[in-house]
Design a protein around this ligand. Structure first.
Ligand SMILES: Cc1ncc(COP(=O)(O)O)c(C=O)c1O
Length: 444
């Protein structure tokens, strides 16, 4: 093995780490080691600058190694490294909750902290079930998710998720049913939101007829699906879903783990699409990816339901939480990240760059194997015709070819996904698509 690409680690030394969502055997034979980051770029172990066209994993949109976050984190570590999350508090947690609720749409006013997107989703699902229990409807236990959805990897998120391979190995999960996804061939190569398919939301009526609203706790969707390859809601779809949830008194959960904090050009996709959920899941860009953190934001009525049913004032109203909920270091990182987000007007920056990104990504139409291109805000996907029997093969080949040419892209199923940092320049976008053009153009 070339020592440069593995930062001097031998093949044996690569063995013990069982990597997540990775072809471990391939990686350990062909390491792609990242040893540094700055702004929009990574530094590879073999000394190359690599443009990060996915903002890490959709989390570092404000750029890598932001000095303001580094300073806030080291100050916090020197002041209070940890405080118990339960029964006692520390001020930054309250400050951060206020900062978040000042940004979320009206009435989403209560923040529960956790450590990841997966934990945010499982917290939201437990919150929804407990809410109905406290309202005297314990039979509402079923969840409605959506095909091709990704809601993280904990048991709840796996249950409501709709990516087949992510569920297959795990046996029985929570009771859930999946609405159809919104990836319609007639919408191929749409720019922004696709026109056709709002009526797909009406399938919720069928589910209510089949399962009865009295058995359903919540409907959970990503406003647009990221991990499955940027699958967008057709115009009017989310509005319709909201109407139906309100009509049948179902809680609507938006998983904004990737769409939160600017990716759609506003604070949240709920703002961009003008559809307000009852519960919102956040993570990733909350700390600009620097320290793990997730959050669930609930409507006031949900919080008040728990408080009203809480019994004695000292009694625990929601028996849920993590040792590291609202970890002081994560709170410090998040507060510093939100300062950057607001001071540098990064949501606005995303809106400004989005048309350039849109024009550039659609410039790949016509290349061999490109069967669809989708985009919204600073997110996009290029779907490739599946290699017979191996849908991931071409995307993997493209991603590895890009890495060799100084570009990090993500492959997701049969697509290449892009989510560049908000601080990217037009030159970076040009570079991204010139590399993709060459690499896809050279596919066998
Ligand atoms: C929409 C969505 N929900 C949840 C998650 C899970 O987040 P995490 O990997 O932080 O657990 C992700 C991760 O990509 C995601 O995209």
């Amino acid at each position: 093995m070339n020592a440069d690409v593995s930062d001097g680690l031998t093949r044996d030394e690569l063995e013990a780490y069982w990597m997540p969502f990775t072809g471990n055997r391939d990686f350990k034979d062909h390491p792609r080691m990242i040893v540094g980051g700055d702004g929009c770029y990574y530094l590879s172990a073999d000394g190359r600058r690599i443009f990060d066209s996915v903002s890490g994993l959709w989390c570092c949109g404000f750029g890598h190694n932001r000095r303001e976050i580094t300073a806030a984190v080291s100050r916090q570590l020197a002041t209070l490294d940890y405080a118990p999350a339960m029964q006692f508090g520390h001020p930054l947690a309250f400050q951060l909750a206020n900062r978040i609720t000042a940004m979320t749409p009206a009435d989403l006013d209560y923040v529960f902290f956790c450590n990841s997107g997966s934990e945010a989703v499982d917290t939201a699902l437990k919150m929804a079930r407990a809410y109905w229990c406290l309202k005297g409807e314990p039979g509402r236990t079923k969840f409605i998710g959506r095909a091709k959805a990704y809601h993280g990897v904990n048991i709840g998120g796996t249950s409501v998720g709709g990516v087949g391979p992510n569920r297959e190995l795990y046996g029985e999960l929570l009771d859930s049913a999946q609405l159809s996804h919104t990836l319609l061939p007639e919408n191929a190569f749409s720019r922004g939101l696709p026109e056709k398919g709002a009526e797909l939301a009406d399938q919720l009526e069928e589910f209510v007829a089949r399962y009865d609203a009295g058995n359903i706790a919540a409907v959970i969707v990503e406003p647009f699906a990221g991990s499955a390859g940027v699958i967008l809601p057709p115009r009017g779809y989310l509005e319709r879903l909201r109407e139906l949830c309100t009509k049948h008194e179902l809680l609507l959960i938006f998983d904004e783990v990737i769409t939160g904090f600017g990716r759609t050009g506003r604070n949240f996709a709920a703002d961009t699409f003008a559809v307000i959920p009852d519960i919102m899941c956040l993570a990733k860009a909350l700390t600009n990816g620097s320290v793990p953190m997730g959050a669930v934001v609930a409507r006031s009525e949900i919080y008040q339901t728990f408080m009203a049913a809480g019994g004695h004032d000292y009694a625990i109203e929601f028996p849920h939480g993590y040792t590291y909920s609202a970890h002081p270091v994560a709170c410090a990182a998040a507060l510093a990240a939100l300062d950057i987000f607001e001071q540098e007007k990064l949501a606005e920056r995303c809106r400004e760059l989005a048309p350039y990104f849109e024009a550039a990504i659609h410039g790949l139409q016509g290349l061999p194997y490109v069967v669809d291109i989708r985009n919204f805000g600073l997110a996009g996907a290029i779907q490739l015709d599946a290699y017979p029997g191996e849908p991931a093969r071409r995307p993997v080949e493209v991603a590895m070819g890009c890495w060799d040419k100084g570009l990090y892209v993500r492959y997701a199923g049969d697509s290449i996904a892009l989510a560049p940092p908000f601080i990217a320049e037009k030159d970076d976008i040009d570079f991204t698509f010139s590399v993709l053009n060459d690499v896809i153009g050279a596919l066998p």
